[in-house]
Design a protein around this ligand. Structure first.
Ligand SMILES: *Cc1c(COP(=O)(O)O)cnc(C)c1O
Length: 385
């Protein structure tokens, strides 16, 4: 490894990279020509079609939205509608980004925050089936694939069929999983985010995947003021449509996705090699287990990860607890009811510390991070898996 020429240059926790202006130009010129800017115009439809192809899904399985949170709200409204007095609860893991809780709250639900297992980072629906008195109050379940990790997600379609309770999966960071064909998409809607910080980005944007054509139709309605054919607002809904300009970014991003994916792979390889050389590779999380846009270090507990974050900050290396202390750590959700399913095996949301990620991180930068981590880690501060 070379000596670091710029030892004090700060490394941000995330440095997104979306298509440049010149790569957007052909798409923007199409917008100039059609003068269609909104309302599922030609670019949004083309992006939806190309995403169906990329995910090997039947045509019509992808509905684009203005954000991941908009897509979540559309999914909740299309499957469950607004909360009803007898079924006010939205069951979801505590370990997620605040958008999951906010989307349910804005549809009238009270989030019920469920603990996650240390092993899977989520919870298993079979642990809920023996609680009929609780399920009787649940109007929607929003399981989450944290950091794009889908392997812990159990059979939610079976849960939905057994209980009749609608399920919308927050798979915000799972673009790569679907692109690899890693998980079959069925009728249960799966929500993706195309926020700039996700591996595949449109700036702001998102989509819902479902193979249920009727549900896809209803999603279009719920994301467009409840309109279906006429200008009548037929049901509770929002404006969650993707703009043509965001679709332009998405199409250009798809054009060069292969390059972006290879660059992420290069960064992941460099990280793994650098961490292996320091003997700390066993607590390192990155693609393919989670989304490429996250580089996580698994610490023993929140205290250890906070100490590590402070030590790295002193060396100009920015870190982030992406999900903070879990949903319950936010003021907006601090009064929400909780369900503890995992006892001493529950995941402490503060253990997974986000390290710097970018498609153009250099070998020198990654070497600096690995060195700083290995020198700052307290003995026993990380866990083996
Ligand atoms: C990014 C993210 C969202 C929100 O997506 P936006 O497009 O920013 O609205 C929701 N849930 C999870 C788990 C996320 O990571």
């Amino acid at each position: 490894m070379r000596n670091d020429p710029l030892p004090d240059r700060p490394i941000p926790v995330l440095r997104p990279l979306l298509p440049t202006a010149s790569r957007l130009l052909p798409y923007l010129q199409r917008i100039d020509a059609t003068r269609v800017y909104a309302n599922w115009g030609p670019l949004v439809l083309e992006l939806s079609d190309r995403l169906c192809t990329a995910f090997a899904l039947p045509p019509g399985s992808v509905t684009c939205a203005n954000s991941g949170m908009g897509a979540l709200m559309g999914g909740i409204l299309a499957t469950a509608g607004l909360a009803k007095p007898q079924r006010r609860l939205a069951l979801m893991p505590d370990f997620t980004f605040s958008a999951t809780g906010l989307a349910a709250q804005l549809c009238g639900y009270e989030p019920l925050l469920v603990s996650s297992s240390r092993q899977t980072w989520t919870f298993d629906p079979r642990q809920l089936l023996n609680r009929p008195e609780l399920l009787a109050q649940v109007g929607i379940v929003v399981p989450v694939a944290p950091f794009g990790r889908l392997d812990g997600l159990a059979d939610w379609e079976a849960f939905r069929d057994a209980t009749g309770i609608p399920v919308v999966i927050d798979a915000a960071a799972c673009f790569e999983v679907f692109e690899r064909g890693g998980v079959p998409v069925g009728a249960v809607p799966m929500v993706l985010s195309f926020h700039a910080t996700k591996s595949f980005g449109t700036g702001e944007g998102g989509c819902v995947l479902t193979t249920d054509n009727q549900l896809a139709e209803k999603l279009l309605q719920c994301l467009n003021f409840g309109f279906a054919g006429t200008r009548n607002t037929a049901l509770p809904s929002l404006n969650g449509k993707m703009a043509e300009y965001a679709a332009a970014v998405g199409l250009a991003e798809l054009d060069s996705w292969e390059d972006k994916r290879k660059n992420f792979e290069r960064v992941s390889g460099l990280y793994r090699a650098a961490f292996a050389a320091k003997g700390i590779a066993n607590r390192f999380w990155n693609s393919p287990e989670i989304s490429s846009s996250y580089v996580l270090l698994e610490c023993a507990d929140s205290r250890a990860s906070i100490a590590l974050g402070t030590a790295l900050a002193e060396r100009g290396i920015e870190t982030r607890l992406w999900y903070g202390e879990g949903l319950g750590g936010h003021d907006a959700f601090s009064d929400c009811p909780r369900l503890q399913l995992h006892g001493s095996d529950a995941l402490d949301p503060g253990t997974l510390l986000g390290l710097p990620s970018a498609v153009d991180l250099t070998e020198v930068e990654i070497g600096r991070i690995a060195l700083a981590v290995s020198q700052s880690l307290e003995p026993e501060a990380t866990v083996s898996r």
